[in-house]
Design a protein around this ligand. Structure first.
Ligand SMILES: [Zn+2]
Length: 289
């Protein structure tokens, strides 16, 4: 599932490709995504020019030369391909590879662009969605209005953290996964953040010490930034179908490592697995308290 860093890399690699290109036509192969694509609305974007892309949590917002905004969530398996006028296909992030034989049947929406370029929305499981929203309604949009601050923003700081948890009782794992508290941290990243912070996932938030909160904030930012940097560098060769997959996921320290020794030198602990709110949680029995 594409997480915040993957989506950020999609944003960065796509804008270089599509900026200032005009939508000439749209082909809907299968509009039955999480929300059915409305063919009437699709007509309204013909002739529009892509101006910029921004990201909020795991949502992509495509801005045009009018007030229409295309809001995209990649769901479980959504991805964008860019095809240039020479029919060279490019991937736009590191969490998937190009598979010429199998991709095509999952190409759901094809945007034919100026200069004979194409933007393809591909989604195997169809949990992703594409919606069109007016720019002035964005802040009140149902998907966006309840989102907490971005982990990389200054708003996600110790004062905010302590205010938010004041009087609440829940586990730290549950809190970090809550998009209303901080937006865009997924299960894998939360496991890694808590490992580096030395905090057990099932610890309740009222027991957190200030130094632990500081570490959690610091490592949230560090791990997300690192994943974006690694992800960006791993797709430099965009069209390579054998592209190195998910580079960050090759650097995991705790997630999926049940039974292995702790990777911190001199720790000597073992990695355990528990389930919190139906999600796998991994921790070191020695250095996470
Ligand atoms: Zn350890």
């Amino acid at each position: 599932m594409p997480e915040l860093p993957e989506v950020e890399v999609v944003k960065k690699s796509l804008i270089n490709k599509i900026q200032n290109l005009i939508i000439k036509s749209v082909k809907i192969n299968d509009g039955r995504l999480r929300y059915k694509i409305n063919r009437k609305i699709i007509k309204k974007i013909i002739g529009l020019k892509f101006k910029r892309i921004s990201r909020r949590s795991k949502y992509l917002l495509f801005f045009f030369n009018t007030d229409i905004v295309m809001l995209v969530h990649l769901g479980m398996t959504g991805k964008f391909f860019f095809v240039d006028s020479k029919s060279t296909k490019y991937k736009t992030s590191f969490y998937y590879d190009i598979n010429e034989d199998k991709d095509e049947k999952h190409d759901r929406i094809i945007f034919n662009l100026s200069n004979n370029h194409k933007l393809i929305y591909n989604d195997i499981r169809k949990f992703g969605f594409i919606k069109f929203v007016n720019r002035i309604d964005l802040e009140q949009n149902i998907h966006l209005k309840h989102l907490g601050p971005e982990p990389l923003s200054n708003k996600y700081n110790i004062r905010y953290f302590k205010n938010y948890i004041n009087g609440k009782k829940r586990t730290i794992k549950d809190l970090l996964m809550d998009q209303k508290f901080v937006s865009g941290l997924g299960n894998i990243y939360v496991n890694e953040i808590l490992f580096f912070s030395g905090v057990r996932p099932e610890k309740t938030i009222e027991k957190l010490k200030d130094f632990e909160i500081q570490k959690i904030i610091k490592f949230s930012k560090k791990i997300i930034s690192k994943a974006i940097t690694l992800g960006g560098s791993s797709i430099r060769d965009f069209s390579s179908s054998s592209g190195k997959k998910g580079s960050f996921q090759q650097h995991l320290n705790i997630y999926g490592k049940k039974g292995e020794n702790c990777s911190k030198s001199k720790c000597g602990g073992k990695i355990k697995k528990i389930v919190i709110a139906n999600r796998a949680s991994f921790f070191c029995n020695k250095c996470q308290k």
